[in-house]
Write a protein that binds this ligand. Structure first.
Ligand SMILES: C[S@@+](CC[C@H](N)C(=O)[O-])C[C@H]1O[C@@H](n2cnc3c(N)ncnc32)[C@H](O)[C@@H]1O
Length: 163
């Protein structure tokens, strides 16, 4: 799964990377391995027990933050970070109310730099129903090879502002 996330994140030119819902940090470690030496990774999880696990990863590029994906813009500012080049999400959009999910995705779009990418890996396609109206039809998707239960990964590109 990590390989597909790295591929879809296109990290070669990314300076500011955000991970929503790092959980126990498996994807966080994989992202750090693939990121540029001068990039930053802001990992945001609602659950302080997960943030504590992620914060124990010894890497000066990493910021572990306890908070909600719904506050992404404010959290980036709080840490003095500019717009994100890529936001990667493992948070479960299928289990949250529609308005909350939509609000999170609008916040992600507004927190991305020009041509920034939003990457989501999920068991359910709810994220696509929510993200397509926010990002437009810029998405690509692929199954995550060999994952049981079947998981899909999506990528959306920030639409041109005003476009
Ligand atoms: C399926 S786990 C992610 C798996 C993780 N990437 C891994 O490799 O272990 C989902 C995570 O999203 C977090 N989460 C759920 N809703 C969130 C929200 N609104 N903002 C931030 N994190 C959230 C949960 O606390 C949980 O850690």
């Amino acid at each position: 799964m990590e390989r597909k996330i790295i591929e879809f994140s296109e990290l070669d030119d990314a300076r500011v990377v955000v991970e929503l819902g790092p959980g126990t940090g498996g994807t966080t470690r994989a992202l750090l391995l693939a990121m540029r030496p001068d990039a930053r990774l802001l990992a945001i999880d609602l659950d302080p027990r997960f943030t504590e696990i992620v914060a124990a990863i010894d890497d000066p590029r990493l910021i572990a933050h306890t908070g909600s994906a719904a506050d992404l813009g404010a959290i980036l500012k709080q840490h003095g970070l500019p717009a994100a080049d890529v936001v990667i999400s493992g948070i479960p959009f299928s289990t949250m109310p529609f308005e909350i999910g939509s609000g999170i995705l609008e916040g992600v779009r507004d927190s991305l730099s020009a041509d920034g990418r939003f990457v989501a890996y999920q068991f359910r396609a709810e994220v696509a129903r929510l993200a397509d109206p926010v990002f437009g039809d810029s998405s690509r998707a692929a199954p995550v090879p060999l994952n049981i239960p079947p998981m899909r990964i999506w990528q959306w590109i920030k639409p041109p502002v005003g476009g």
